[in-house]
Design a protein. Structure first.
Length: 254
């Protein structure tokens, strides 16, 4: 009896595997049926734009593979978006190489840091913080953005900077929280109403960044001296509702 049950289970498993294989083959066949049509459409789109003169497309089982070179990282991204919009394209494998200007890492990082200084303006800049690192033209950007708008603007600026070969995006968007929003307002008032610290609210390039997530406060930025850092930490520690305060302010080198 046991052997019969095991045989039935085995037979059922083999049948399920067979059906799954048949389904996958059918889906692959359906996708590949449009390969020629998709490749023609992608190629036409690419050749209509001079920035893609060195980009080629091939299609297999509905997957578009892009190869070749462009001069800006943003154009690599745009080529991928273009291919994804083609009807019946099942996916895009973007293997385009950014072959534009080679900029020394330190120089590129400084240019990006300067560019991002004023990429955001107004109320929200106080609550965003981005940190950059560059290695062999690959830019790693970390930090937190309150709404996601600053993140999008920053990534767009990075993608359009000559010398950027690739981007690793590790920026998080703050969780939606009325509690955290209230804490942000109280933190901004506590810090910027202090006569010692009010000067950091004047220049949008040098605010004390107040990053809040789930009630935890972290301060980023560069202040003039150790006393300013200490005062900012004291004021942040007095904010009602803050669970913890991490003072990561840096003192400017003299």
């Amino acid at each position: 009896m046991t052997r019969k049950l095991n045989f039935k289970k085995l037979a059922g498993s083999l049948l399920a595997v067979g059906l799954l294989s048949a389904t996958l083959m059918a889906e692959t066949g359906a996708a590949s049926r449009y390969d020629s049509q998709v490749q023609t459409a992608v190629t036409q789109k690419l050749t209509s734009k001079s920035q893609y003169n060195n980009v080629k497309a091939s299609v297999e089982d509905g997957i578009v593979t892009l190869t070749g070179t462009v001069d800006l990282y943003q154009r690599k991204l745009d080529a991928g978006k273009l291919a994804r919009k083609i009807h019946n394209a099942q996916g895009v494998r973007n293997l385009i190489t950014v072959a534009g200007a080679n900029v020394p890492d330190a120089q590129l990082e400084q240019k990006l840091a300067t560019k991002l200084t004023y990429v955001r303006s107004g109320y929200d800049i106080t609550f965003d913080y981005f940190a950059l690192g560059v290695k062999d033209g690959v830019v790693t950007v970390e930090g937190q953005d309150r709404t996601g708008v600053g993140k999008d603007e920053a990534l767009a600026e990075i993608a359009n900077m000559p010398g950027v070969k690739d981007v690793i995006d590790s920026v998080t968007v703050a969780p939606v929280s009325n509690f955290d929003d209230g804490l942000r307002l109280r933190a901004a008032r506590a810090i910027y109403s202090d006569p010692v610290l009010s000067k950091y609210a004047i220049d949008p390039a040098r605010p004390i960044r107040i990053i809040i997530a789930n009630g935890h406060v972290t301060l980023y930025g560069v202040v003039n001296n150790a006393m300013d850092k200490q005062v900012a930490g004291i004021r942040a520690g007095q904010i009602f509702g803050a669970f913890t305060v991490d003072n990561k302010l840096e003192v400017a080198k003299s």
